[in-house]
Design a protein around this ligand. Sequence first.
Ligand code: SAM
Length: 253
Amino acid sequence: MSESTDKPGTTHFGFRDVPVADKQKLVGEVFSSVAGKYDLMNDAMSLGIHRVWKRYFVATAQVRRGDRVLDLAGGTGDIAALLKERVGEAGELVLGDINGEMLRVGRDRMTDRGNVRGFEYVQCNAESLPFPDASFDLVTIAFGLRNVTDKDAGLREMLRVLKPGGQARVLEFSEVTADWFKPIYDFHSFKVLPALGKLFAGDSGSYQYLAESIRKHPPQAELKAMMEAAGFVRCDYKNLSAGIVAIHTGYKA
Ligand SMILES: C[S@@+](CC[C@H](N)C(=O)[O-])C[C@H]1O[C@@H](n2cnc3c(N)ncnc32)[C@H](O)[C@@H]1O
């Protein structure tokens, strides 16, 4: 199911209700617009903290040298590059993303860093993956799930392509747990973020969407329940930075 709204046949696009069929195209426009400035903006918006979250996400993943890993909604490749260090020469990293422009920026960045061997780039929708059952040891999705229209389908697909015993990991903005911090976070999300978007990327609307989509994303306990409903076992989550982001994990039995 896509996120339900009060109006049948619609889903959330940030704070707007849009026809379910339109969301994917609208999300696509956002990421095509921000692709060239995506990495710069991530640093500016989070004061570089996204790098710490991503490093922790990868450092605590269940992965071994030689593993085959899928990083979904992999965008410009931050997570894939870090995971490749963990799987080593013999390992394989498949970077899947629906947006060709984000993948192109990611591939160029990897090539610039000399990261060429052991990477595969696949343009695909998380809701319907072009991979056989049980083909990956680990599946990750970072800051991607909230953009997927049908999140339950995305989670079911992650489970399907995992090998038995394999781990799925979701890194996503979540619900802030410290009350005192909420007004500061709101100010940052709805005033600073769009202003930074306008200043650095000439596009405040896309960053307004990003802020809104964070608030519409299922909070920690709800996402854990969605993972359980999709069929994952031993589901759990850990908050980072007072719940600004959370890491969810689940396993294939
Ligand atoms: C905020 S970026 C995250 C990129 C990267 N994972 C990171 O952490 O920097 C979200 C990415 O999700 C991708 N995306 C959105 N909807 C998707 C879908 N249905 N299937 C696959 N990728 C999707 C976008 O194209 C974009 O590259």
